[in-house]
Design a protein. Structure first.
Length: 118
């Protein structure tokens, strides 16, 4: 998190979401269901804004439904959240122990901000 995200974890999270979705929702014949784990100030407004931004960047007219769910409804999201959190701790706080414990679970890591000044 940095000046680019106004030191706001929500802006950081949704910027990452935008980049992850780019090029992934490619069919206007498919109805996509997208889920976000309930955390702090997450809102459908921010979620929808990030999804719309990714679709616009990819020039895609996809049909989708968004839902914010609690961990007890969809516990598999907790695993994804933890993996992302481990990467975030390494990048933002230079605390690699959580990431290092899981590094074999990541198939691909892309530094979205490699050319940006963090």
């Amino acid at each position: 998190m940095n000046r680019k995200h106004n030191n706001n974890p929500t802006e950081f999270y949704f910027d990452v979401l935008h980049h992850l979705m780019q090029g992934r929702l490619t069919s206007d014949a498919t109805f996509y269901k997208l889920f976000l784990s309930q955390r702090g100030s997450n809102s459908l407004h921010h979620f929808d804004k990030a999804v719309a931004k990714a679709l616009k960047a990819g020039n895609v007219e996809a049909h989708y439904n968004l839902k914010i769910v609690q961990a007890r409804e969809m516990p598999e999201l907790s695993i994804v959240d933890y993996l992302i959190w481990a990467v975030q701790r390494k990048l933002q706080k230079n605390e690699p122990r959580y990431f290092n414990a899981l590094h074999e679970k990541f198939e691909t890591l892309i530094n979205l901000y490699e050319n940006d000044t963090l």
